[in-house]
Design a protein around this ligand. Structure first.
Ligand SMILES: CC(C)(COP(=O)(O)OP(=O)(O)OC[C@H]1O[C@@H](n2cnc3c(N)ncnc32)[C@H](O)[C@@H]1OP(=O)(O)O)[C@@H](O)C(=O)NCCC(=O)NCCS
Length: 168
């Protein structure tokens, strides 16, 4: 299977051996400040397993992202199916390690995943589900060509989220 790639980033399926990297990333309270709470190491392992199930069942999921230069762990980006207002949507997601934030990596990866959704999956639409206060994530969505479509409480536990969307 081909994965989205970018000038600076390699994306590949995540594996259990990525657990140390992801436990540090998703256990970081700053990285997870717009989530209910950081993930424990055990929850992060479940999350890796869930993404591996998505690869088998959906053909995609969140992928491990590494810098080409030095093969350094950079975070994750990818496409997952999420139910919003009763509809299954293709969501673009991303997390970048704090040391590499604000260097355009999330934007670069999000654009590549958006294009891959169209070319590899034939998807006609992609969304991003974003906390109303998460300005950085909203900037990434906008720079990847998504625009604000609606506010809704029809996702997950029912907290209000913003839905950004793009037709592909
Ligand atoms: C959201 C996140 C992935 C952005 O990653 P990044 O690689 O730093 O983003 P980029 O460098 O591509 O920057 C994209 C835009 O966001 C802006 N931005 C990045 N971090 C920001 C911050 N902390 N505050 C305000 N704006 C920010 C950049 O200035 C840039 O905007 P502009 O080019 O339009 O001026 C990163 O902050 C992160 O991992 N956050 C925690 C996880 C998270 O919230 N993920 C999204 C869940 S919906």
């Amino acid at each position: 299977m081909n994965f989205p790639g970018t000038p600076r980033l390699v994306l590949r399926e995540m594996v259990e051996a990525d657990l140390d990297d992801f436990a540090a990333l998703l256990g970081d309270p700053q990285v997870m400040r717009y989530y209910p709470r950081p993930r424990t190491r055990a929850e992060t392992l479940e999350w890796i397993t869930r993404n591996r199930t998505r690869y088998r069942e959906d053909g995609h999921g969140l992928w491990t992202m590494r810098l080409r230069d030095g093969d350094v762990f950079a975070g994750d980006c990818g496409l997952t199916v999420q139910r919003v207002d009763g509809v299954d949507e293709l969501e673009l997601g991303y997390h970048v390690v704090p040391a590499l934030q604000r260097t355009g990596l999330a934007t670069e990866a999000a654009r590549a995943c958006r294009d891959w959704a169209r070319t590899a999956l034939g998807a006609g639409r992609v969304i991003a589900i974003i906390h109303p206060d998460n300005v950085a994530s909203q900037r990434v969505a906008l720079r990847a060509g998504l625009t604000l479509e609606k506010r809704t409480t029809g996702y997950g536990a029912g907290a209000e989220v913003l839905i950004f969307a793009a037709a592909l």
